[in-house]
Design a protein around this ligand. Structure first.
Ligand SMILES: Cc1cc2nc3c(=O)[nH]c(=O)nc-3n(C[C@H](O)[C@H](O)[C@H](O)COP(=O)(O)O)c2cc1C
Length: 201
């Protein structure tokens, strides 16, 4: 076993280890809106559910030096966003939105995604996703280390939109959903073999 002190590693080296250990990761495909009304879309795989009651999710958005990414700035300013689940049909579009566009240019327009109005928040969602949920900012934390920092966003889910094809009797049909997980670097994974385990009492 190799024993490695994270303090002896660069940011890149720690990133490569952590993103290689914790996988496959779900991908939040996030829409947010700037104060000028530009709709931004971008993917984030440092994403998870925090709690079911209250319904909370988290996204971790790295800064470039001290500069916030558009998504983080929009969420902190507007306190709202929409999360979409990435599946086999929207994965290419999701990847295309990760391009580094200036804040006044919309990835949604550049990638020709279709927006749909939300019910509770002002930020629209994307029609191309079978599952999306509207969120309000619950908490924003920042973590700083040397020159770089991270915006950690916790969102409260205020509305779910679920396509009928992937939802029956309150359960999600994962084989109909075909979710995509992110591995390390450029690699992704589809659902593999599914198996069940009985939990011990
Ligand atoms: C699949 C995928 C997952 C990503 N996950 C993250 C992440 O968890 N945190 C992060 O800061 N950037 C992540 N990125 C990079 C951002 O999507 C990228 O920096 C994007 O341009 C940010 O857009 P924005 O400035 O419009 O918010 C990811 C990119 C891809 C393709």
């Amino acid at each position: 076993m190799n024993s490695i002190d994270p303090k002896a590693l660069t940011k890149r080296e720690n990133y490569k280890l952590l993103s290689g250990f914790i996988l496959p990761r779900p991908i939040a495909f996030v829409t947010s809106m700037s104060s000028e009304g530009v709709i931004n879309a971008a993917p984030f795989s440092f994403f998870n559910v925090v709690s079911a009651e209250p319904p909370l999710v988290s996204i971790s958005i790295g800064r470039k030096g001290s500069v916030q990414k558009d998504t983080a700035r929009n969420i902190v300013d507007q306190e709202e966003f929409v999360v979409h689940i990435v599946d086999e049909n929207n994965v290419e579009a999701m990847n295309a939105t990760a391009a580094n566009l200036p804040p006044d240019e919309s990835e949604v327009e550049a990638v020709e995604l279709t927006t749909v109005e939300s019910d509770v928040v002002k930020v629209p969602g994307l029609k191309e996703a079978p599952i999306r949920f509207e969120c309000k900012l619950e908490k924003h934390l920042t973590f700083q280390e040397g020159e770089t920092s991270t915006d950690f966003i916790i969102g409260r889910v205020v509305n779910y939109h679920i396509s009928e094809g992937v939802h029956q009797d309150g359960e999600i049909d994962v084989t109909a959903l075909n979710p995509i997980g992110r591995l390390a670097g450029k690699d992704y994974t589809k659902l593999g073999e599914i198996f069940s385990l009985e939990r011990p009492d």
